[in-house]
Design a protein around this ligand. Structure first.
Ligand code: ZN
Length: 785
């Protein structure tokens, strides 16, 4: 609700900077009681501050001072109700006076804005505010939505209204103004996803004129989403002249999937706002009658569809989009000229039969022709539920559907309302790439599997109810362990020499020695254990409240604190450094397993797993979070390209592999650049291990996936020469990222290790054997692990 006051556009000082807000609660002798407790008031004001900060890109913040308690008004509620139109002003004055009596620091004149809050005594509105100046009533409307709306009035905004055409087929024909008719804006009949629109944000100086593209000639213009605090730079609105009084304002939202692109009318920039506020235009007026009284929610201009204003002779068509999340952008094609005589284009897709392989990208090219020589834009749909692609030549990868065919359509649009569509069928086959071809096994009557591990020529998987299953590297069949010694859920396992071990809830540590029966280790602290590894010397387990357990044999355990109370989910070792990760983005490292240091983390998302390979640590977690680090101490976020939860990561075959919710499978050579792969399933995947040149993934309901066998890495070749100083120089040609050792022997019988080498780059590694002498021959060899 609003009361028009100001008649000019607000100055920038009024709408930006830090504003001090005085919050006054009042009651009446005939309506006693505090309308809102302190906590609820501050909750609403904090949410309001976030909303204004997001909308203004941090240009406006508010700092609320709560006048303590409830202040009694000099008149009863009935007195104000008797003449609500005039006495509501007196109510504000009485409240301000009462606040000043409480203390000098509650003088409203020392504040930029004030709010008077009371239980509902007036009919017909929950909040009301003066436009462009101070004065705000909360008449029972205490939600942050209401406060945001009313503060919008104080800042200078009228309502976000809608234009409702009386004829069904035109968005902009004769019709009427519908007050509050914009369901996407907090100044209208807002949804929970309300934001102020681009015209309003420009009016309040939050989107500067430099970020508003004034369009007056034919062209293609990129517009960025405006509804995020970090979207503070670049073009966020197009302004297209409608007539002497009005402009079209075109804005893009990332929050409203399917309703991103909005066209509104606003007054010419520089003009003070009128009661028309902004007027949302309905890009699908033909559906208006179906919705009638209910809120229509299809106002947006859809990709490839053209809005045309025949009196202004301008056409607007969204022709491409891209960018993730709040970095969404849309390319808008604006064409000046009549559309009356426009002729449609034609289009075809090059190639008569197209084949794709699961997990492997393929390209398609369109050929289009427009008889009017209009520029053409191409929109592709691939039939697999993926986002559309844009451009004359596009690349696509099918991650599902081996053995089936997908219809692919390409629509060419000319930006003046003309379009043509071509369709082909793409046959999708399985892949030869071992990391794209997975064999599925399901263990019957098994709950969710949480982990997979490899060691001693054997894979081990485990999960719900103490389930354990194993498969020998050379075998093909998984067999369940009849009695694992526990019914607790198991989360991690490790195999070394003759010892197999799994850990889980409530201190469950179950051990099998030399292929014998599994027995529960006694005397383990009753802490939930999430993961275990063997470092060559001892077992290391991590778990709840940051506990780290150490054991030389898997049976006797000592527990240490790790310097964090966070729940540690996973541990790994690389380059002599242990790293463990856990809830709230926690990362701790250690050089001995018993003394730990918490590291700075770039995320608050929970981390589920960590791995080491190629000289790099990689951690994964909630919402597609991936971090990498060269030393375990400083960590950087990588772009995973997914919002799915990632449950586990491992390194093998020269790559990192991460698995997660809904069949998510990603690989990366270095932890930084990630590629989505096909797992062939949409089941959630819980754990992954690498051994015998295969990946094994386990997941929900007893699912086990095994990759094809990866090629064996080439053995590094060795050559020898003498340096100028007569020393022996070895040159090793190997693979980047490879790990090997150089060994020496006098008799080809006994070998001793000279040096372990991790070849970081592809170029050859040189090694000078300082111990070599000229008086006897020796043999050298390279050995890969
Ligand atoms: Zn209002």
């Amino acid at each position: 609700h609003l009361r028009p006051v100001a008649k000019q556009k607000p100055p920038v000082a009024w709408t930006t900077g830090k504003k001090n807000v005085l919050f006054i609660r009042v009651d009446f002798s005939d309506r006693e009681g505090n309308p809102l407790n302190d906590e609820a008031a501050m909750f609403s004001m904090n949410r309001t501050n976030e909303f204004l900060g997001d909308n203004s890109y941090g240009k406006l913040i508010i700092d609320t001072t709560l006048v303590p308690g409830v202040l009694r008004m000099p008149k009863p509620a009935a007195w104000y109700q008797a003449e609500p139109e005039s006495r509501d002003d007196e109510l504000l004055n009485h409240a301000c006076d009462a606040a000043r009596v409480v203390g000098a620091k509650y003088n409203y004149r020392d504040y930029d804005l004030y709010i008077v809050c009371f239980d509902s005594i007036f009919d017909g509105w929950a909040g009301k505010a003066r436009v462009g100046t101070i004065g705000l009533w909360l008449n029972g409307g205490f939600s942050n939505d209401t406060i945001q709306h009313e503060l919008g009035h104080n800042l200078g905004l009228f309502h976000a209204n809608a234009w409702v055409p009386s004829q069904g087929d035109s968005s902009i024909g004769a019709g009427e103004h519908e007050e509050y008719g914009d369901p996407y804006d907090n100044m209208g009949n807002y949804s929970p996803y309300g934001h102020f629109n681009v015209y309003f944000k420009n009016y309040l100086w939050w989107i500067p004129d430099a970020s508003v593209k004034s369009v007056s000639r034919t062209g293609t213009y990129r517009v960025k989403a405006h509804d995020h605090r970090e979207s503070g730079i670049g073009v966020r609105a197009l302004k297209i002249g409608k007539n002497s009084g009005r402009d079209y304002w075109v804005g893009v939202r990332h929050w409203l999937v399917g309703n991103e692109i909005m066209l509104r009318w606003g007054l010419k920039s520089g003009s003070s706002m009128s009661g028309d506020g902004s007027l949302l235009l309905d890009m699908t007026p033909e559906t208006r009658r179906e919705f009638e009284e209910s809120q229509p929610r299809d106002h947006s201009l859809q990709m490839g569809k053209t809005f045309h204003d025949s009196s202004r002779r301008v056409s607007v068509t969204p022709v491409a989009r891209g960018g993730d999340g709040h970095k969404l952008w849309v390319d808008m094609r604006v064409v000046y000229g009549s559309a009356d005589s426009n002729r449609s284009p034609s289009v075809s897709i090059d190639g008569s039969s197209v084949e794709g392989k699961v997990g492997e990208p393929f390209r398609l090219t369109a050929s289009g022709f427009d008889p009017d020589s209009d520029a053409l834009f191409y929109i592709w749909e691939f039939g697999d539920g993926s986002d559309a692609a844009y451009g004359k030549t596009v690349s696509h990868t099918y991650f599902i559907g081996a053995g089936s065919a997908f219809p692919v359509t390409c629509t060419a649009v000319d930006g003046r309302g003309g379009s043509a569509t071509a369709t082909i069928s793409v046959q999708v086959e399985g892949s030869d790439d071992p990391v794209n071809s997975w064999t599925q096994t399901t263990l019957p009557d098994t709950g969710n599997l949480s982990f997979a591990a490899f060691g001693g020529g054997q894979f081990l998987a485990g999960g719900d109810g103490g389930t354990l299953a194993k498969r020998d590297a050379g075998g093909t069949v998984w067999s369940r362990v009849g009695d694992s010694g526990t019914r607790q859920r198991l989360f991690g396992g490790a195999i070394t020499g003759g010892t197999r071990l799994a850990v889980g809830w409530l201190g469950a540590v179950t051990v099998s020695k030399n292929a014998g029966a599994w027995r529960l280790a006694k005397g383990v602290e009753l802490v939930n254990l999430e993961d275990v590894i063997h470092d060559g010397d001892q077992f290391i387990a991590v778990g709840k409240t940051g506990k780290v357990g150490l054991s030389p044999d898997g049976e006797a355990w000592t527990f240490h604190e790790s310097g964090t109370a966070a729940w540690l989910k996973h541990v790994t070792i690389g380059g002599g450094t242990y790293a463990a990760v856990g809830t709230r983005g926690t990362i701790v490292t250690s050089t001995n397993g018993s003394k730990w240091t918490e590291r700075n983390t770039p995320t608050t998302n929970g981390l589920e797993s960590v791995a080491f390979g190629n000289g790099q640590f990689v951690a994964v977690g909630f919402k597609g979070t991936i971090l990498y680090s060269g030393n375990g101490e400083s960590w950087i976020s990588a772009k995973s390209g997914t919002d799915e939860w990632l449950n586990d990561v491992t390194f093998g075959g020269g790559m990192f592999m991460a698995v997660g919710a809904n069949g998510t499978l990603l690989t990366s050579p270095d932890g930084k650049a990630w590629l989505r792969r096909s797992s062939g399933t949409e089941t959630t995947l819980g754990g992954v291990a690498f051994g015998a040149r295969r990946f094994v993934i386990v997941g929900r309901d007893g699912l086990i996936l095994e990759s094809g066998q990866l090629a064996a890495p080439p053995v590094p070749t060795l050559s020898a020469a003498l340096t100028k100083g007569g020393k022996l120089r070895l040159v090793i040609h190997g693979q980047g990222g490879g790990l090997f050792r150089i060994e020496v022997s006098d008799d080809l019988q006994e070998w001793r290790v000279l040096k372990r080498i991790r070849q970081i780059e592809a170029k050859p590694v040189e090694f000078i054997d300082e111990s070599a002498t000229a008086d006897r021959s020796r043999f050298y060899r390279t050995v890969t692990p």
